[in-house]
Design a protein around this ligand. Structure first.
Ligand SMILES: NC(=O)c1ccc[n+]([C@@H]2O[C@H](COP(=O)([O-])OP(=O)(O)OC[C@H]3O[C@@H](n4cnc5c(N)ncnc54)[C@H](O)[C@@H]3O)[C@@H](O)[C@H]2O)c1
Length: 408
């Protein structure tokens, strides 16, 4: 069913997962047809979630054609569905993606590609076979589609900073304190890892994407779990904060089996050195996804808490005016994706990054030769990030440098 150019044919999408990312993706599929001139019409065909999440009510609220509880029966086996969009916890990415690919569907999957390297490997193998049948895979590394990050990518890969010396990336959150209950994100069997797979996955991808370079070695890594016991939530699938039991009821405690924080040092093929930090215990930092890149001719720095801005330092500017320039990345004539949104400086937010990505997915599925304005990650690309994540885990465990090629 997948393959040839399908311009004008309706693209039937099925979403799996109906909570945090389920809402972000639903918003994207809902709005992409309104804000972008797509090369194919899109139909929000089916939303699938566990019965506890009431998928019928979710579907009705977000404009999906139907809400269903069983992805194998109701999505994979439905020949009308062409794209399966996965927004579930990490432990089921592989089984859903592989089943959908084997059924001839395109797949877009949330990050990290998988909770474990073994799962990720199977997904890449399935994607490789599917690619021969002209099926596509995509991974929702949505930060690539922040206009300021798109601009950073354009500046760095066009050589504006010259030789890159130093990449400094950190993704810092504070929500993982002792009062946060034992939601799936603290269960290694479900999540694979903690802050590492959740947050370092994003900044490894961003560092690779912005520089166009690859990490070759993790030189050293530290992993720590500070909060070892957490309250078991009353309800399954609580979103990030969850509800830690009714007032007055006795709290049951369970063990967190993931890291709260992972910091590692790395080397890039092109010679740059890098530091990566992911933490859910960085008190005061809400969603501080930041990256700074220092090069021979200049630097860039970005902080998601001010996502419409990119700071740029031009080392070749006249000395009298040399300094950091704060660029408002909202000019539709030059900044990626912005032309589809609002007039200059009418800023955009988190949700727009998903809409931007949905537009690229649709246009590629309309016409496989389409090249999006910034590159999009497929399973093979996301696997490279997964290997760096794994190298950092091995480095922390064995207290030694780990070459990424040892992992692959
Ligand atoms: N790109 C981002 O910025 C970003 C942010 C948060 C989470 N994520 C990723 O998105 C994914 C989902 O995270 P979330 O925060 O939305 O989780 P969540 O707990 O909020 O929602 C998970 C959903 O998956 C559904 N689900 C679980 N198992 C299922 C199954 N077998 N069949 C059908 N539905 C099933 C649940 O019913 C629920 O609706 C994870 O991989 C996570 O790493 C990405």
């Amino acid at each position: 069913m997948a393959g040839k150019s399908r311009k004008n044919e309706v693209l039937n999408v099925a979403l799996i997962g109906t909570q945090f990312m389920g809402r972000a993706h639903s918003n994207a599929w809902l709005n992409v047809t309104r804000f972008f001139n797509l090369k194919r019409p899109v139909s929000m065909h089916t939303a699938c979630g566990l019965p506890v999440d009431k998928p019928e009510a979710f579907a009705a609220k977000w404009g999906w054609g139907q809400g269903v509880p069983n992805y194998k029966r109701d999505v994979v086996a439905n020949p009308d569905i062409e794209l399966v969009d996965i927004a579930t916890p990490n432990h089921v990415h592989a089984e859903i993606a592989i089943a959908a690919l084997e059924a001839g569907k395109h797949v877009s999957c949330e990050k990290p590609l998988a909770g474990t390297l073994a799962d990720a490997k199977q997904m890449v193998e399935a994607a490789k076979k599917a690619k021969r049948r002209k099926q596509h895979t995509f991974v929702w590394f949505n930060y690539r589609r922040v206009p300021a990050i798109g601009l950073a990518h354009q500046l760095v890969t066009s050589g504006k900073l010259g030789r890159i010396y130093h990449v400094r990336a950190a993704y810092l959150q504070e929500w993982g304190g002792p009062d946060t209950p034992l939601v799936w994100r603290f269960d290694r069997k479900v999540a694979g890892s903690g802050a590492h797979g959740d947050l370092n996955a994003h900044i490894i991808d961003m560092a690779r994407f912005i520089t166009g370079d690859e990490v070759t070695e993790v030189v050293g890594s530290v992993e720590e779990t500070f909060i070892k016991q957490r309250v078991i939530p009353e309800e399954y699938g609580a979103e990030i904060k969850g509800k830690a039991g009714r007032k007055g009821t006795k709290k049951r405690m369970g063990r967190s089996t993931v890291d709260d924080l992972v910091i590692f040092l790395a080397r890039f093929k092109g010679g740059a050195v890098a530091s990566f930090e992911a933490s859910r215990l960085s008190t005061g930092n809400k969603n501080r996804n930041m990256i700074e890149i220092n090069g021979e001719h200049g630097s860039i720095r970005f902080d998601f808490e001010r996502m419409n801005e990119l700071d740029y330092y031009d080392a070749n500017a006249p000395a009298a005016v040399r300094g950091w320039t704060n660029i408002m990345c909202t000019d539709g004539t030059v900044h990626p994706y912005v032309a589809n949104w609002w007039p200059d400086a009418h800023v955009i937010g988190y949700e727009h990054t998903f809409v931007n990505q949905a537009s690229d997915i649709v246009n590629i599925l309309a016409s496989p030769s389409v090249k999006p304005v910034v590159p999009i990650a497929d399973f093979a690309d996301a696997y490279k990030t997964q290997c760096v994540l794994e190298a950092a885990i091995v480095s922390a465990r064995e207290r030694r440098p780990v070459k990424v090629r040892e992992i692959t």
